[in-house]
Design a protein around this ligand. Structure first.
Ligand code: ZN
Length: 318
Protein backbone atom coordinates (compact mmCIF):
# COMPACT_ATOMS: atom_id res chain seq x y z
CA UNK A 1 0.00 0.00 0.00
CA UNK A 2 1.29 3.44 -0.89
CA UNK A 3 0.80 5.73 2.08
CA UNK A 4 2.59 8.63 0.38
CA UNK A 5 -0.17 9.03 -2.23
CA UNK A 6 -2.55 11.92 -1.62
CA UNK A 7 -6.14 11.13 -2.47
CA UNK A 8 -8.57 13.88 -3.32
CA UNK A 9 -11.26 11.61 -1.89
CA UNK A 10 -10.53 8.89 0.61
CA UNK A 11 -11.56 5.39 -0.52
CA UNK A 12 -14.62 4.18 1.37
CA UNK A 13 -14.55 1.01 3.44
CA UNK A 14 -17.80 -0.61 4.57
CA UNK A 15 -17.92 -2.15 8.03
CA UNK A 16 -20.57 -4.60 9.19
CA UNK A 17 -21.01 -4.75 12.95
CA UNK A 18 -21.55 -8.34 14.14
CA UNK A 19 -21.23 -7.89 17.91
CA UNK A 20 -24.89 -8.27 18.83
CA UNK A 21 -24.93 -11.63 17.00
CA UNK A 22 -21.42 -13.08 16.86
CA UNK A 23 -20.51 -11.54 20.23
CA UNK A 24 -23.66 -11.68 22.35
CA UNK A 25 -24.54 -15.24 21.28
CA UNK A 26 -21.69 -16.66 23.39
CA UNK A 27 -22.81 -14.80 26.53
CA UNK A 28 -24.38 -17.22 29.03
CA UNK A 29 -26.59 -14.62 30.77
CA UNK A 30 -29.53 -13.44 28.68
CA UNK A 31 -29.05 -9.84 27.57
CA UNK A 32 -32.31 -7.91 27.58
CA UNK A 33 -33.82 -7.26 24.15
CA UNK A 34 -33.99 -3.55 24.94
CA UNK A 35 -30.24 -3.53 25.69
CA UNK A 36 -29.42 -5.23 22.38
CA UNK A 37 -31.59 -2.70 20.56
CA UNK A 38 -29.96 0.22 22.40
CA UNK A 39 -26.49 -0.98 21.36
CA UNK A 40 -27.53 -1.16 17.69
CA UNK A 41 -29.27 2.23 17.82
CA UNK A 42 -26.17 3.81 19.44
CA UNK A 43 -23.95 2.29 16.73
CA UNK A 44 -26.23 3.67 14.02
CA UNK A 45 -25.91 7.10 15.67
CA UNK A 46 -22.10 6.68 15.53
CA UNK A 47 -22.31 6.09 11.77
CA UNK A 48 -22.39 2.29 11.46
CA UNK A 49 -24.55 1.37 8.46
CA UNK A 50 -24.54 -2.44 8.35
CA UNK A 51 -25.28 -5.02 11.02
CA UNK A 52 -25.46 -8.73 11.42
CA UNK A 53 -27.87 -7.98 14.20
CA UNK A 54 -29.12 -11.35 15.39
CA UNK A 55 -29.71 -14.95 14.41
CA UNK A 56 -32.89 -16.89 13.58
CA UNK A 57 -31.55 -20.17 14.91
CA UNK A 58 -33.54 -22.48 17.15
CA UNK A 59 -34.20 -20.68 20.47
CA UNK A 60 -33.54 -24.01 22.19
CA UNK A 61 -30.09 -24.25 20.62
CA UNK A 62 -29.15 -20.61 21.27
CA UNK A 63 -31.44 -19.07 23.95
CA UNK A 64 -29.57 -15.74 23.72
CA UNK A 65 -30.97 -15.27 20.19
CA UNK A 66 -34.57 -16.22 21.11
CA UNK A 67 -35.60 -12.56 20.77
CA UNK A 68 -34.38 -12.23 17.15
CA UNK A 69 -37.77 -11.05 15.87
CA UNK A 70 -38.15 -8.43 18.60
CA UNK A 71 -34.61 -7.09 18.13
CA UNK A 72 -35.22 -6.52 14.41
CA UNK A 73 -38.69 -5.10 15.08
CA UNK A 74 -37.52 -2.65 17.75
CA UNK A 75 -34.40 -1.21 16.12
CA UNK A 76 -35.14 2.29 14.79
CA UNK A 77 -35.06 1.64 11.02
CA UNK A 78 -33.30 4.26 8.94
CA UNK A 79 -32.68 4.55 5.22
CA UNK A 80 -29.24 3.34 4.29
CA UNK A 81 -28.93 1.00 7.28
CA UNK A 82 -28.73 -2.69 6.37
CA UNK A 83 -30.02 -5.10 9.03
CA UNK A 84 -28.92 -8.67 8.41
CA UNK A 85 -29.54 -11.82 10.41
CA UNK A 86 -28.03 -15.26 10.36
CA UNK A 87 -30.40 -18.02 9.18
CA UNK A 88 -29.60 -21.74 9.30
CA UNK A 89 -32.56 -23.14 7.32
CA UNK A 90 -35.88 -22.42 5.60
CA UNK A 91 -37.70 -22.14 8.93
CA UNK A 92 -35.22 -19.49 10.07
CA UNK A 93 -35.59 -17.74 6.72
CA UNK A 94 -39.38 -17.55 7.12
CA UNK A 95 -38.97 -16.05 10.59
CA UNK A 96 -36.34 -13.58 9.31
CA UNK A 97 -38.58 -12.44 6.45
CA UNK A 98 -41.48 -12.16 8.90
CA UNK A 99 -39.30 -9.81 10.95
CA UNK A 100 -38.50 -7.76 7.81
CA UNK A 101 -34.70 -8.16 7.72
CA UNK A 102 -32.81 -6.59 4.81
CA UNK A 103 -30.41 -9.47 4.40
CA UNK A 104 -30.18 -13.13 5.39
CA UNK A 105 -26.78 -14.68 6.03
CA UNK A 106 -26.41 -18.40 5.27
CA UNK A 107 -23.35 -20.26 6.38
CA UNK A 108 -21.57 -23.43 5.35
CA UNK A 109 -18.13 -24.47 6.48
CA UNK A 110 -15.29 -25.18 4.06
CA UNK A 111 -14.27 -27.92 6.50
CA UNK A 112 -16.36 -31.09 6.44
CA UNK A 113 -15.63 -31.86 10.10
CA UNK A 114 -16.46 -28.35 11.32
CA UNK A 115 -19.63 -28.31 9.23
CA UNK A 116 -20.82 -31.56 10.80
CA UNK A 117 -20.02 -30.21 14.26
CA UNK A 118 -21.65 -26.82 13.60
CA UNK A 119 -24.65 -27.77 11.42
CA UNK A 120 -24.95 -31.50 12.15
CA UNK A 121 -24.70 -32.26 8.45
CA UNK A 122 -22.14 -32.76 5.69
CA UNK A 123 -21.43 -29.87 3.32
CA UNK A 124 -23.62 -31.04 0.39
CA UNK A 125 -26.90 -31.28 2.35
CA UNK A 126 -26.05 -27.95 3.99
CA UNK A 127 -25.82 -26.36 0.54
CA UNK A 128 -29.28 -27.79 -0.20
CA UNK A 129 -30.54 -26.02 2.93
CA UNK A 130 -29.10 -22.81 1.49
CA UNK A 131 -31.07 -23.54 -1.71
CA UNK A 132 -34.21 -23.78 0.47
CA UNK A 133 -33.38 -20.42 2.03
CA UNK A 134 -32.88 -18.83 -1.40
CA UNK A 135 -36.25 -20.26 -2.45
CA UNK A 136 -37.95 -18.75 0.62
CA UNK A 137 -36.31 -15.38 -0.13
CA UNK A 138 -37.56 -15.40 -3.71
CA UNK A 139 -40.10 -12.62 -4.29
CA UNK A 140 -39.27 -10.83 -1.03
CA UNK A 141 -37.25 -7.62 -0.73
CA UNK A 142 -34.34 -9.39 0.97
CA UNK A 143 -30.85 -10.32 -0.19
CA UNK A 144 -29.06 -13.55 0.67
CA UNK A 145 -25.40 -13.56 1.69
CA UNK A 146 -23.29 -16.70 1.67
CA UNK A 147 -20.74 -17.04 4.45
CA UNK A 148 -17.95 -19.61 4.33
CA UNK A 149 -16.91 -20.68 7.83
CA UNK A 150 -13.36 -21.94 8.44
CA UNK A 151 -12.25 -20.36 5.15
CA UNK A 152 -8.65 -20.03 6.37
CA UNK A 153 -8.22 -23.06 8.60
CA UNK A 154 -10.16 -25.54 10.74
CA UNK A 155 -9.62 -26.38 14.42
CA UNK A 156 -10.29 -30.06 13.61
CA UNK A 157 -8.76 -30.51 10.14
CA UNK A 158 -5.96 -27.94 10.24
CA UNK A 159 -5.17 -26.35 6.87
CA UNK A 160 -8.24 -25.88 4.68
CA UNK A 161 -7.33 -26.16 0.99
CA UNK A 162 -8.45 -23.29 -1.25
CA UNK A 163 -10.31 -25.89 -3.36
CA UNK A 164 -12.51 -26.66 -0.35
CA UNK A 165 -13.40 -22.97 -0.08
CA UNK A 166 -14.06 -22.80 -3.83
CA UNK A 167 -16.42 -25.78 -3.58
CA UNK A 168 -18.68 -23.93 -1.13
CA UNK A 169 -18.40 -20.67 -3.08
CA UNK A 170 -19.35 -22.57 -6.25
CA UNK A 171 -22.44 -23.89 -4.45
CA UNK A 172 -23.42 -20.33 -3.51
CA UNK A 173 -22.71 -18.94 -7.00
CA UNK A 174 -24.93 -21.63 -8.58
CA UNK A 175 -27.78 -20.40 -6.36
CA UNK A 176 -27.31 -16.86 -7.65
CA UNK A 177 -25.76 -15.56 -4.44
CA UNK A 178 -23.48 -12.60 -5.18
CA UNK A 179 -22.47 -11.44 -1.68
CA UNK A 180 -19.83 -13.59 -0.08
CA UNK A 181 -18.26 -13.49 3.38
CA UNK A 182 -15.08 -15.42 4.11
CA UNK A 183 -15.09 -16.24 7.81
CA UNK A 184 -11.97 -16.85 9.86
CA UNK A 185 -14.00 -18.74 12.44
CA UNK A 186 -11.21 -19.58 14.88
CA UNK A 187 -8.60 -16.97 14.01
CA UNK A 188 -6.38 -19.10 11.78
CA UNK A 189 -6.05 -16.66 8.87
CA UNK A 190 -2.60 -15.34 7.99
CA UNK A 191 -1.54 -12.89 5.28
CA UNK A 192 -0.62 -15.67 2.78
CA UNK A 193 -3.83 -17.69 3.36
CA UNK A 194 -5.92 -14.54 2.88
CA UNK A 195 -4.08 -13.60 -0.32
CA UNK A 196 -4.43 -17.13 -1.74
CA UNK A 197 -8.15 -17.48 -1.03
CA UNK A 198 -9.06 -14.03 -2.33
CA UNK A 199 -7.02 -14.50 -5.53
CA UNK A 200 -8.55 -17.92 -6.24
CA UNK A 201 -12.12 -16.71 -5.71
CA UNK A 202 -11.61 -13.62 -7.85
CA UNK A 203 -10.17 -15.70 -10.69
CA UNK A 204 -13.07 -18.13 -10.76
CA UNK A 205 -15.92 -15.92 -9.55
CA UNK A 206 -15.12 -12.33 -10.55
CA UNK A 207 -18.80 -11.38 -10.16
CA UNK A 208 -18.82 -12.00 -6.39
CA UNK A 209 -18.52 -9.19 -3.86
CA UNK A 210 -16.15 -10.35 -1.10
CA UNK A 211 -16.38 -9.39 2.58
CA UNK A 212 -13.71 -10.52 5.06
CA UNK A 213 -14.52 -11.58 8.61
CA UNK A 214 -11.44 -12.03 10.78
CA UNK A 215 -10.96 -13.12 14.35
CA UNK A 216 -8.07 -11.87 16.41
CA UNK A 217 -7.48 -15.16 18.22
CA UNK A 218 -3.78 -15.17 17.38
CA UNK A 219 -3.29 -11.43 17.10
CA UNK A 220 -3.18 -11.37 13.28
CA UNK A 221 -6.65 -9.88 12.72
CA UNK A 222 -5.73 -6.34 11.69
CA UNK A 223 -2.64 -7.51 9.79
CA UNK A 224 -5.01 -9.62 7.70
CA UNK A 225 -7.21 -6.57 7.12
CA UNK A 226 -4.16 -4.70 5.76
CA UNK A 227 -3.60 -7.58 3.33
CA UNK A 228 -7.26 -7.41 2.30
CA UNK A 229 -7.01 -3.66 1.74
CA UNK A 230 -3.93 -4.17 -0.41
CA UNK A 231 -5.95 -6.65 -2.49
CA UNK A 232 -8.67 -4.05 -2.92
CA UNK A 233 -11.21 -5.60 -0.51
CA UNK A 234 -13.33 -2.79 0.89
CA UNK A 235 -15.75 -4.74 3.12
CA UNK A 236 -15.01 -6.07 6.61
CA UNK A 237 -16.96 -7.46 9.54
CA UNK A 238 -16.03 -6.67 13.12
CA UNK A 239 -17.40 -6.60 16.61
CA UNK A 240 -17.74 -3.67 19.00
CA UNK A 241 -15.18 -3.84 21.85
CA UNK A 242 -13.95 -7.15 20.34
CA UNK A 243 -16.96 -9.06 21.65
CA UNK A 244 -17.16 -12.72 20.90
CA UNK A 245 -15.06 -15.80 20.84
CA UNK A 246 -15.31 -19.29 19.57
CA UNK A 247 -16.58 -22.18 21.69
CA UNK A 248 -13.82 -24.33 20.14
CA UNK A 249 -11.06 -21.99 21.29
CA UNK A 250 -11.82 -21.31 24.94
CA UNK A 251 -10.40 -18.10 26.32
CA UNK A 252 -9.44 -16.88 22.87
CA UNK A 253 -10.36 -13.37 21.83
CA UNK A 254 -13.08 -13.12 19.25
CA UNK A 255 -13.77 -10.96 16.26
CA UNK A 256 -11.53 -8.09 15.33
CA UNK A 257 -12.69 -5.06 17.22
CA UNK A 258 -14.79 -2.43 15.40
CA UNK A 259 -13.26 0.64 17.02
CA UNK A 260 -9.71 -0.69 16.54
CA UNK A 261 -10.55 -1.37 12.88
CA UNK A 262 -12.07 2.09 12.38
CA UNK A 263 -9.01 3.65 14.02
CA UNK A 264 -6.64 1.75 11.70
CA UNK A 265 -8.66 2.49 8.57
CA UNK A 266 -9.13 6.19 9.25
CA UNK A 267 -5.45 6.62 10.16
CA UNK A 268 -4.54 4.78 6.92
CA UNK A 269 -6.50 7.19 4.73
CA UNK A 270 -9.79 5.32 4.34
CA UNK A 271 -13.27 6.69 4.98
CA UNK A 272 -15.48 4.50 7.19
CA UNK A 273 -18.18 7.12 7.78
CA UNK A 274 -17.98 6.24 11.49
CA UNK A 275 -17.24 8.63 14.37
CA UNK A 276 -14.44 6.99 16.37
CA UNK A 277 -15.12 8.85 19.62
CA UNK A 278 -18.81 7.90 19.51
CA UNK A 279 -17.81 4.32 18.77
CA UNK A 280 -15.45 4.23 21.77
CA UNK A 281 -18.29 5.44 23.98
CA UNK A 282 -20.51 2.56 22.76
CA UNK A 283 -17.66 0.08 23.30
CA UNK A 284 -17.36 1.20 26.94
CA UNK A 285 -21.12 0.82 27.39
CA UNK A 286 -20.90 -2.70 25.98
CA UNK A 287 -18.12 -3.54 28.43
CA UNK A 288 -20.41 -2.40 31.25
CA UNK A 289 -23.25 -4.55 29.87
CA UNK A 290 -21.01 -7.62 29.71
CA UNK A 291 -19.46 -6.90 33.10
CA UNK A 292 -15.88 -7.92 32.36
CA UNK A 293 -12.95 -6.37 30.46
CA UNK A 294 -13.24 -6.79 26.69
CA UNK A 295 -10.30 -7.01 24.25
CA UNK A 296 -10.74 -3.66 22.42
CA UNK A 297 -7.54 -1.63 22.65
CA UNK A 298 -8.44 1.82 21.33
CA UNK A 299 -11.31 1.99 23.83
CA UNK A 300 -8.67 1.77 26.57
CA UNK A 301 -5.94 3.97 25.06
CA UNK A 302 -8.09 6.53 23.21
CA UNK A 303 -7.38 7.86 19.74
CA UNK A 304 -3.75 8.46 18.69
CA UNK A 305 -3.72 12.19 19.28
CA UNK A 306 -5.49 12.03 22.61
CA UNK A 307 -3.49 14.33 24.87
CA UNK A 308 -2.96 14.01 28.56
CA UNK A 309 -2.37 16.76 31.08
CA UNK A 310 1.14 16.33 32.53
CA UNK A 311 -0.44 16.25 36.01
CA UNK A 312 -2.38 13.09 35.09
CA UNK A 313 0.82 11.00 34.99
CA UNK A 314 2.88 10.37 38.09
CA UNK A 315 6.58 11.17 37.83
CA UNK A 316 9.23 8.65 38.83
CA UNK A 317 9.93 10.62 41.97
CA UNK A 318 6.28 10.51 43.02
ZN1 ZN B 1 -16.83 -14.06 14.00
Amino acid sequence: MDFTATHATRPKVAITEVGTRDGFQSEPEFIATQTKVQVIDALVAAGVRAFEATSFVSPRAVPQMADAHDVIAQVARRDGVNLAALVPNARGAERAIGANVDEMVCFVSASETHNRKNLNAPIEPSLRHVADIVAVANGHPVTVRGAVACAFGCPFEGEVPVDAVLRVVDGYAKLGITRLTLGDTTGMATPPTVARAVAAIRTRFPQLEITLHFHNTRGAGLANVMVGLDLGIRRYESSIAGLGGCPFAPGATGNICTEDLVYLLEESGFDTGIDLEALIAVARQVETIIGRPLPGQVMKAGSRLRRYGTDSVRSATG
